[in-house]
Design a protein around this ligand. Structure first.
Ligand SMILES: NC(=O)c1ccc[n+]([C@@H]2O[C@H](COP(=O)([O-])OP(=O)(O)OC[C@H]3O[C@@H](n4cnc5c(N)ncnc54)[C@H](OP(=O)(O)O)[C@@H]3O)[C@@H](O)[C@H]2O)c1
Length: 334
């Protein structure tokens, strides 16, 4: 089969190779992959800042395709099913445990830039009919994380949710928050992106370049109460403001390290407002399946900003690494 390998820690060290076709073992399915969707973690792997990968390796955690062969004892899916294999194939359900998150596609295990991949049947989720494979490929990391954010704060009609930026996790969180009846405050660097966010349902728009103290804007919009949920996708540049923007008893769902992962905070924000600072590492196959059900029930369409072809892999990585040119997800089709 054809594949793209990352051969050294670099955003340009991609090589097209021919590898033996994988064979599905008992309980596995063989997927003919058609699309790979980039996440920030793929950039971190390619630059050597996220540990665990042994090079050369087939990169990109998230992908989607069609089942073309079944191993012994597989009954949960059928030939021809359009599926997404989950990022962490051993985390089927329940809380995070070390043995459940040891295997990660695109890091410790082959990723999505190959013609075929064999994965456990239990780790795949069928795609809704209204999504094509490029849209489906965006789901495992970003949609699962955003779903867990909205669920962790029990978001419901009347809740207020702050979304930081317009990357992959943020836009899924916006869509899930709106589907849950929440009021959404979107914080972005660009008026043009904010308007695109409005079209997705954002109720209030704050440009953090024009309004650096966007946390105060959130307090004004909420008449001093603050937000029930802040989806913290950015890191040290925003964390303190996220604590300020949260309501008493609110949740700061902490997933991002785009701007860095080391910060100092005034603990009185957390103590005085009894905040819940919730860490998260993607989620289980069951979480992904729930997110997909919500996407199907609400007709949610993932926002794919650009579709690249496999020969443009380095260009796709460069686009994500540039930081804020994209709106939503970048996908490599093959
Ligand atoms: N722990 C987990 O479960 C988990 C899962 C998925 C992702 N993540 C992490 O979450 C982060 C986001 O991932 P992603 O894939 O959504 O990234 P992404 O698509 O690359 O998102 C980038 C966006 O973040 C926004 N941004 C950057 N600096 C900002 C700032 N100072 N204030 C507000 N927004 C800012 C920008 O939006 P604008 O251009 O609109 O300003 C930018 O477009 C990454 O660190 C990723 O590793 C964690």
């Amino acid at each position: 089969m054809y594949a793209i390998q990352l051969v050294e820690p670099s955003l340009t060290a991609f090589r097209r190779v021919s590898l033996p076709d994988p064979q599905p073992g008992p309980g596995d399915v063989l997927i003919r992959l058609r699309a790979a969707a980039l996440n920030f973690i793929d950039v971190a792997v390619a630059t050597g800042s996220f540990p665990g990968a042994t090079l050369p390796m087939v990169p990109v955690a998230d992908g989607a395709g069609e089942i073309v062969a079944l191993g012994a004892d597989v009954e949960s899916v059928a030939l021809g099913d359009r599926v997404v294999p989950h990022f962490m194939p051993d985390w089927l359900d329940g809380p995070m445990r070390p043995e459940r998150i040891a295997a990660m596609r695109g890091i410790t295990h082959p990723g999505s830039l190959s013609e075929y991949v064999a994965v456990p049947a239990k780790s795949v989720v069928r795609l809704p009919e209204h999504l094509d494979l490029a849209q489906g490929a965006t789901l495992p990391i970003a949609a699962t994380t955003a779903w867990n954010a909205v669920r962790s704060a029990s978001v419901r009609p009347g809740s207020t949710v702050v979304i930081l930026g317009t990357g992959g996790v943020s836009l899924f969180a916006l869509q899930f928050a709106k589907a849950s009846g929440a009021t959404v405050i979107l914080v972005s660097s660009s008026d043009e992106k904010l308007e695109r966010g409005r079209a997705l349902g954002a109720d209030h728009l704050v440009n953090y370049r024009a309004v650096p103290d966007w946390d105060k804007a959130v307090l004004e919009i909420t008449h001093g109460r603050g937000a029930d949920l802040v989806v913290e996708t950015v890191g040290d540049a925003t964390f303190e403001r996220s604590l300020n923007a949260a309501a008493m008893g609110g949740t700061v769902f902490t997933v991002g390290f785009l701007s860095g992962a080391t910060t100092s905070v005034n603990l009185f924000s957390i103590i005085g407002k009894a905040l819940r600072v919730v860490g998260n590492s993607t989620g289980s196959v069951a979480d992904l399946a729930e997110a997909v059900r919500a996407i199907e029930a609400n007709g949610i369409v993932p926002v794919v900003d650009r579709r690249f072809v496999i020969g443009e892999t380095a260009a796709a990585y460069a686009e994500l690494a540039a930081g804020s040119r994209h709106f939503g997800k970048l996908v490599i089709e093959h």
